[in-house]
Write a protein that binds this ligand. Structure first.
Ligand code: ADP
Ligand code: MG
Length: 236
């Protein structure tokens, strides 16, 4: 793990995330030179997270208690496993997934990136891959000169995977196949996956297929976000 010199947690709006995890700014900026220490993992992870998070969501803070509980659960499991194996670093490897459902604009993507950011400051290390479902299908579409199986592995084997807007694209045999192969593998290996979708809960299975819907039901904590489209209430 790379030594990441202490920086001001306000730089990434990390103070509310640290508070939610009962950590202080002093803990975050612990300057003990230990690259495996949790404060360093937190600094390194928060910095890494900022590289995969779109600009709009760089300061996101999850508000839903179920989302924050999911983060805490993953970190707690990683710390327990670290202790059990006497490992230098607590890594997020296996655990439950999270499904955020709700109409367009209620804040699903915001909550999702808030979760990515909060997990970072726990001091448990997660290797995130983030993608929208639409970009995922585009990346995997068979085409000349691209090894789409290698590309597929990138998502299947991601330590933690965020799939944004599942079920929003037009359904085809190809998208169904990608959904099933990806979700099934993540389901079987119990790899933490964070999924957002604007499909109504009762329509999810119809949208993504029964086999995917059934697996999502078992592997995910489901959070339904209600409210109005925040994009509409922004002053023009
Ligand atoms: N809790 C929040 N606090 C501040 N801004 C928010 C919050 N939730 C969402 N937003 C903002 O509202 C807009 C819509 O949120 P977004 O997460 O993109 O919606 P969805 O993914 O559900 O379509 C974005 O500009 C986002 O930054
Ligand atoms: Mg979104």
């Amino acid at each position: 793990m790379e030594w990441t010199p202490p920086y001001d947690p306000q730089q990434y709006n990390l103070l509310p995330l640290l508070a939610s995890q009962n950590r202080t700014a002093d803990w975050f900026t612990t300057d003990d030179g230990d690259p495996y220490g949790r404060p360093n993992i937190a600094r390194y992870s928060a910095h890494q997270a900022s590289k995969v998070i779109p600009f709009r969501y760089q300061t996101a803070v999850a508000e839903r208690p179920e989302v924050r509980d999911w983060v805490t659960g993953l970190a707690t499991a990683a710390f327990a496993e670290q202790e059990r194996r006497n490992a230098p670093v607590a890594s997020v490897t296996r655990g439950p997934s999270l499904l955020l459902l709700g109409p367009t604009g209620v804040g699903k993507t915001y909550e999702a990136y808030g979760a990515v950011r909060e997990l970072a400051v726990t001091g448990a290390f997660a290797r995130w891959t983030v993608v929208t479902a639409a970009d995922l299908y585009a990346a995997l579409r068979p085409r000349h000169g691209v090894d789409s199986e290698a590309e597929f592995k990138r998502y299947v084997n991601a330590g933690a995977l965020l799939i944004d807007d599942l079920g929003a694209s037009k359904v085809s045999e190809f998208t169904e196949d990608v959904n099933f192969r990806l979700i099934n593998r993540r389901y079987e290996d119990q790899l933490p996956t964070l999924i957002t979708s604007n499909v109504l809960p009762k329509e999810l299975s119809a949208r993504v297929g029964d086999r995917v819907g059934s697996r999502l039901n078992e592997m995910c904590t489901r959070v339904v976000i209600t409210g109005t489209d925040r994009r509409r209430s922004v002053a023009a």
